[in-house]
Design a protein around this ligand. Structure first.
Ligand SMILES: [Zn+2]
Length: 540
């Protein structure tokens, strides 16, 4: 009896030891920063071999390529699900929401790439499997594949040489992948739309970056998809409910300070009075998501912390986002669906409603308890003073946060846009965005509005290889006839707000902005003579 009792006790000890035992990871599942004392970041080959290794250890992950970069590298997407889902069709049939998270859009901002692999490890083989209860997770760890490996020291001086070497921001075509959302010139942009965003239709998108700006003292800053001409519901939920809740959880669990994204400028003096976010343009993928009636989050790790700190902040953020989306899946899908339904329904009011096409940034609220590294003034030999950053973190009251966008110019929302057959370049872009475009099978005569271009200007400096275009002019009521083979874009579709942003002539981020109509305008516009914008607005 005593012996038996001892054996029983022994077994109990073994069992309890197993239950509290730490997972022992295979070398193939360690990420490069862990193997290099955080001196190095993962190469493309490192990411690919991690994905191969984890697939051999879990059947709850499937990896596919969203497309190829200019150098011919596959851009991997890992699908994590409890149902071993491999295709978008299977995902839709499962009824579970899809959440899409990507790292490395700017290949010098590497934390997201590492964090995605850590999370895959913890979800598939560790203790976070519950994150797959109500959702399917799509992870693209290395969106900008080519540029990741063009590593060099000193690329991002604000990152304290931690890690020592990182890749470059633009892709191999020299394009910033986070300015390409509207014009869609990058191979990566075409790939993400055709292979991820359109077929899988993620309800939530998270884009992982690292700032290189202001010395505020937040370990991570975030932004929602800024509200421009989109439906407000997705913005309201992400900005006012989801992100504040996650920020609070991260503070309670990890004592990390997260806050809204922005910069202050020392030109306005010290202490800080104003904190400005970036802007509303849907060329930024996160901002475009709002126009698609979906939710999105921009994550910006704090460049001035060490690499391992940035990894931890980003890990905590993504982990809590996934926890939140998992437990609020039903609510998220409902809000997105309702935004979509109301967008479509509002088109019965076409001709009577106006929406913004150009926006200006205005104050959203006052930030109390704003934290930042402190600055003092130093006298220079020439008698002038300059600001010098101290190592002290101070809290500031009454800082005005500029993160709201008010329409500067508005335009009438039509029932449909009519595009002459000659402008198939516009239709090609719309189709890549997922917009439904019909081809006329017989001629139509329609009443609506034309826009007379009175002034056409191009920017004095190139941006992303474009001298951005701009028009001034006015709308007037008119009737126009269209032939068989011309295009008609109905507005009673879920992407109506995006279509409006792309096709309005005065839009600050539309197809005219990105030179899609330059050839026509430069050829036909005579000095001082108005020129009719070729896209017609039909109003029922
Ligand atoms: Zn970035």
């Amino acid at each position: 009896m005593p012996l038996r009792k001892n054996v029983f006790l022994f077994v109990l000890i073994i069992i309890s030891n197993i239950s509290i035992a730490q997972q022992v990871w295979d070398e193939s599942l360690l990420i490069t920063p862990e193997k290099s004392n955080f001196v190095k970041t993962s190469s493309y080959a490192d990411v690919v071999s991690f994905l191969t290794a984890i697939q051999s250890k879990s059947d709850l992950v499937h990896v596919f390529s969203m497309g190829k970069s200019l150098e011919g590298k596959d851009i991997p997407v890992a699908v994590l699900s409890k149902d071993k889902i491999k295709t978008a069709a299977e995902a839709h049939a499962s009824g579970k929401q899809v959440v899409y998270i990507q790292g490395n859009i700017h290949a010098g901002e590497v934390e997201g790439k590492e964090v995605i692999m850590m999370l895959m490890r913890d979800i598939l083989l560790g203790e976070r499997i519950n994150l797959l209860d109500n959702q399917i997770i799509l992870f693209a760890p290395i969106y900008n594949t080519d540029s990741n490996d063009k590593m060099e020291k000193g690329r991002r001086p604000s990152q304290e040489d931690s890690p020592l070497e990182v890749g470059i921001r633009e892709n191999s075509q020299g394009l910033d992948l986070n300015r390409d959302g509207m014009k869609m010139e990058a191979l990566e942009t075409k790939a993400i739309f055709s292979s991820v965003l359109l077929p899988w239709d993620p309800q939530v998108f998270v884009d992982l970056h690292t700032t290189n700006g202001t010395w505020h003292a937040y370990s991570l800053t975030w932004a929602p998809s800024y509200l421009s001409s989109g439906h407000p519901a997705t913005y309201d939920f992400v900005n006012n409910t989801m992100l504040p809740a996650i920020t609070q959880t991260v503070k309670e669990k990890h004592n990390l300070d997260f806050g809204p994204f922005g910069d202050y400028t020392l030109r306005e003096g010290w202490p800080p009075k104003n904190f400005y976010t970036y802007n509303h343009h849907p060329r930024y993928l996160v901002n475009q998501f709002g126009l698609r009636n979906r939710m999105a989050i921009l994550s910006e790790a704090f460049a001035h912390e060490r690499f391992y700190d940035r990894i931890f902040s980003t890990y905590a953020f993504v982990s809590e986002i996934l926890s939140y989306t998992n437990s609020h899946a039903h609510e998220i899908v409902k809000i997105n669906k309702q935004a979509e339904a109301e967008t479509i329904a509002s088109m019965t009011q076409a001709g009577k409603i106006k929406k913004g096409v150009r926006f200006k940034m205005v104050p959203l609220k006052k930030l109390d308890g704003f934290i930042s590294y402190d600055f003092i003034q130093k006298m220079k030999p020439d008698g002038k003073s300059e600001y010098v950053r101290t190592g002290k973190i101070s809290t500031f009251k009454d800082v005005t946060y500029y993160a709201k966008f008010e329409p500067g110019v508005e335009s009438t929302v039509p029932s449909a846009y009519l595009i002459p057959a000659a402008f198939s370049n516009l239709v090609e872009n719309l189709t890549q965005h997922g917009v439904k475009v019909d081809k006329l099978t017989k001629s139509q005569s329609l009443k609506g509005e034309i826009f007379q271009i009175e002034k056409f200007t191009q920017a004095s400096r190139a941006f992303e290889g474009h001298v951005m275009a701009d028009v001034e002019g006015k709308f007037t009521p008119a009737s126009r006839s269209f032939k068989k083979g011309d295009y008609r874009v109905e507005m009673n579709q879920s992407l109506a707000n995006l279509i409006f942003y792309l096709l309005e002539p005065q839009s600050d981020d539309g197809l005219l902005t990105w030179n899609f109509l330059d050839e026509f305008i430069l050829k036909n516009k005579k000095d001082n003579q108005p020129l009719e914008y070729p896209v017609f607005k039909y109003i029922k």
